[in-house]
Design a protein around this ligand. Structure first.
Ligand code: NAP
Length: 338
């Protein structure tokens, strides 16, 4: 069909510990014709999630490993160029699992997730952040797993990231007092001055266990954990009776090259009659509409702020991904390639 050449970032190696730009290779391939039911999308934004580090490993997980030489799998947004599906037409803005490439030919129903048409007024940045995977994760992880009640004290780790920043604000909307834990003074200032958190702890310069005790003398009712490791242990030592811990992620263990260790002080769950539960966003697929409606309304009403960290240039896609693991992003990490 077209003479279009697709630049693609493929997986070159399975990293043993910290992922690096050497683990990816730039490749070129012709853009195929879409078949019946498919669309051709010109990608304008690529989105990054820490889970992609897991998809690079050859471990059995909730999603198949990306094969060596395969295009890196990711959420992205773009514009339909050619459509062979009745629900899409050229010019439609869409989001989906398009990967690290300039063009994607995909089934509109989606092999993993259906392609979504962006509603009027929804930008690519919104569709990939507060209204995308991380916003939905924060919604279900906080509300369904954490079950915050008005007056509760809620603490969130990874609080200035895409998921944590939304999770904490949802708890505020539900009438809770919210403490964010994040790396660095700038992120902590953003949490209290822009995102409306009641307090923030800089885990890089403060003793988290001690600060939680000072800020929540009666204990934490909900702990939303994106980090695991020592921060989870600090929270376990500061639970209120009947607390709920939401295990959303454990990013402190993603690049260590060893299996994350369970918390040494898990006995706190017994002593405080508390519970700790993990979840995967995919479980909630049937309720995405309900969550999107709430998230969209909160954004429109100015109750929910979202930050995006947008890097530029297709050549910078791998280095943009690495920003997640060096704490360089505030809010959702994106790369604009259009
Ligand atoms: P994000 O929070 O926007 O970005 C990652 C942040 O993690 C970094 O900015 C950094 O913030 C922190 N971080 C990185 N390495 C760390 C380390 N070694 N120790 C402590 N903190 C570290 O990413 P996100 O997409 O919103 O994901 C957040 C978490 O949610 C991840 O654990 C992810 O796997 C999980 N998640 C789970 C689901 C699910 O279905 N359960 C779905 C989506 C995401 P600081 O500067 O504050 O360190």
């Amino acid at each position: 069909m077209s003479n279009l050449v697709n630049r693609q970032w493929t997986l070159a190696n399975r990293p043993a510990a910290m992922v690096s730009t050497d683990d990816f290779k730039l490749a070129e391939a012709p853009v195929p014709d879409p078949a019946d039911g498919q669309i051709l999308v010109k990608i304008t934004y690529v989105a990054f999630e820490p889970a992609m580090r897991g998809w690079m490993a050859d471990n059995p997980g909730y999603m198949a490993a990306i094969p060596i030489g395969g295009v890196m799998r990711s959420m992205a947004a773009g514009e339909v160029v050619v459509s062979r599906h009745p629900d899409f037409k050229p010019g439609d803005k869409v989001s989906g699992m398009f990967g690290w490439q300039e063009y994607a030919v995909v089934d509109a129903k989606g092999a993993l997730l259906p392609v979504q048409k962006l509603a009027p007024g929804v930008t690519e940045e919104m569709a990939l952040s507060v209204l995308g995977i991380t916003g939905l994760t924060a919604y279900f992880g906080m509300l369904d797993v954490g079950k915050p009640q008005p007056g509760d004290t809620v603490a969130v780790s990874g609080a200035a990231g895409a998921t944590g920043s939304i999770a904490g604000q949802i708890a505020k909307i539900k009438g809770c007092r919210v403490i964010g834990i994040a790396g660095g003074a700038d992120k902590c200032r953003w949490l209290t001055e822009t995102a409306g958190f009641d307090a923030a702890i800089d885990y890089k310069s403060e003793n988290v266990r001690k600060r939680l005790r000072e800020l929540a003398p009666d204990g934490i009712n909900v702990f939303y954990d994106n980090v695991g490791g020592e921060i989870l242990e600090a929270a376990l030592d500061n639970l209120a009776i009947g607390a709920r811990i939401t295990l959303c992620g454990a990013i402190s263990g993603y690049n260590t090259g060893s299996v994350p260790q369970p918390p040494k002080n898990y006995m706190a769950l017994i002593l405080k009659s508390s519970s700790m539960a993990g979840f995967l966003l995919g479980q909630y697929a049937k309720r995405f509409g309900e969550a999107s409606a709430d998230l969209g309304a909160w954004v429109r009403d100015g109750k929910l702020k979202f930050a995006v960290d947008v890097q530029d240039g297709f050549e910078n896609v791998p280095s943009t991904f690495l920003r997640l693991f060096h704490g360089q992003n505030l809010g959702k990490q994106l790369n604009r390639i259009g």
